[in-house]
Design a binder for this molecule. Structure first.
Ligand SMILES: Cc1ncc(COP(=O)(O)O)c(C=O)c1O
Length: 472
């Protein structure tokens, strides 16, 4: 009899079946065979164990930042199980359900400013798609149907739908899926480390913001609906300056361009605050969230809409009825029950504060390490969202050649010590004219203890030194 969650087949049978029957994403399908797994079977805290009994220290929150409150949180499982047994499903088209109402209320409580109203989805991509539709409805309802274009930033990533792909910068997420939606316009990202030589950070940030305003004016403000911009872009981990986001807010206000703050990666605590925008004292018009809402226990996403947009969309008594359709699983009771349990745990265990405190510790430790290391060009991040950008030459900021495989070398060296981290170069292709070095990224679960964080710091430093040592 197989254990719950396992199917009682050997690892080699599972690997064969994976290659034959399962389209694994994020890697060529043949990589499953080459890598021989690993196949994850259990987890506790910040540790995940594979089918061979190897236990890994997870610096990636489950690989994609979703496992925010760590593995094995029984209270979440109990809340889901309880809800599934009592009422597993009732469409929110027909019935309201208690967990969905309560979770929406709790989100409004923690969300910044007047972000009051959650439209639930089952993923981040669906939340982005939903937000895009709500934005269109807002402009139509306001009598400005010509506002349909979307400004997005070069290194942004917003998910796998065609709307998201149209607003994502990397060719990896775009090129195969052309033609994309017309009227999506790319502008620069605020990537302060890679600013032009001699320019101050503030001047550079201002120029990046100005480029957005210029683009809106070039396109015609009455044609531009939205700016899709993560408050802290997570792909390459690029915290902007304080003034930059304030300027974006002003620009959006000036031209009635809706700022969609995509917080799918960072929302619900990853940066040491519930929402990334809070670090900058600005409030988006609409925010999307997903991973952190349920900590990866069950799929759930949300587009959280501001009251000012709601007032327009439903202002005349609902004649707009912006989005009458929804997903079969919008507001799924068990997913929302998980969300409530996760929010309870975040608050009870002070996990967002833990992220802020230990994130600072990590950032400081890597900054000190980087100051003395010839190949650490930049260390940046907020909370448990940390990037270490490696370069061949610190003076000129010249990246290592892609062929040197430095990033992969760091990941492999860490893996030898059973520690999981990521190299962003492997997942974000180089955009035209944009030098992207090997960016080592860490985004662990919020439950990491100080000792576990110390261990992550030590292994990362060793792995960087080993991989860079081999390259030189
Ligand atoms: C910023 C951002 N937006 C959207 C998405 C897409 O979310 P999902 O993978 O749940 O569809 C992601 C996923 O990583 C993301 O990081």
């Amino acid at each position: 009899m197989a254990l719950p969650g396992t199917v009682g087949r050997s690892k080699s049978e599972l690997v064969d079946d994976a290659v034959k029957y399962m389209w694994r994403h994020g890697t060529p399908i043949t990589a499953t065979t080459k890598a021989q797994g690993p196949i994850a079977v259990s987890g506790q805290g910040v540790h995940i164990t594979d089918i061979d009994g190897n236990t890994y220290l997870d610096g990636l929150g489950g690989g994609s930042a979703a496992a925010t409150i760590g593995y094995g949180q029984k209270e979440v499982a109990d809340a889901v199980s309880e809800q599934l047994t009592r009422l597993h499903y009732a469409s929110t088209r027909t019935f309201l359900n208690e967990p969905a109402i309560e979770l929406a209320r709790r989100i409004a409580e923690i969300a910044p400013g007047d972000l009051t109203t959650s439209f639930f989805t089952s993923s981040g991509s669906e939340a982005v798609e939903t937000a895009a539709q709500i934005i269109k409805a807002y402009h139509k309802q306001k009598g400005q149907p010509g506002k349909t274009k979307v400004i997005y930033r070069k290194t942004g990533f917003h998910g796998v739908g065609i709307t998201a792909a149209s607003a994502s910068g990397s060719p990896d997420y775009r090129d195969w899926f052309q033609p994309l939606i017309p009227g999506f316009i790319e502008v620069p990202t605020c990537y302060t480390y890679r600013r032009p030589e001699g320019q101050s950070v503030e001047d550079y940030a201002e120029a990046c913001a100005q480029a957005i305003e210029d683009e809106i004016l070039r396109q015609g403000p009455d044609t531009v609906a939205a700016l899709f911009a993560e408050s802290i872009p997570a792909g390459l981990i690029l915290p902007p300056t304080q003034s930059y986001l304030k300027r974006l807010r002003e620009i959006c206000d000036r031209y009635d361009v809706i700022w969609l703050d995509d917080e799918v990666f960072i929302g619900f605590g990853r940066t040491g605050k519930y929402f990334g925008s809070e670090h900058y004292g600005v409030v988006p018009d609409i925010a999307t969230a997903s991973k952190g809402i349920t900590g990866g226990y069950v799929p759930l996403g949300a587009a959280v809409v501001s009251q000012r947009m709601m007032d327009v969309i439903f202002g005349d008594g609902g004649a707009g009825q912006a989005k009458i359709h929804g997903h079969t699983y919008s507001g799924h009771a068990a997913a929302c029950a998980a969300g409530i349990a996760v929010m309870d745990i975040l608050a009870r265990d002070g996990l967002v504060d833990n992220v802020a405190r230990l994130g600072d510790k990590m950032l400081n430790a890597f900054s000190e390490f980087g100051a003395d290391h010839p190949n650490v060009g930049d260390v940046r991040g907020k909370g448990f969202l940390i990037a270490i950008e490696l370069v061949e030459d610190k003076e000129t900021k010249k990246p290592f050649a892609a062929s040197s495989g430095i990033g992969r070398g760091v990941v492999a060296a860490a893996m030898k010590e059973n520690f999981l981290l990521r190299s962003a170069r492997d997942v974000v292709a180089q955009s035209d004219g944009f030098e992207i070095g090997d960016i080592i990224t860490l985004f662990p679960s919020f439950v990491a203890t100080e000792a576990e964080v110390d261990q992550m710091i030590d292994i990362t430093k060793r792995a960087i030194t080993a991989a860079c040592g081999q390259a030189s």
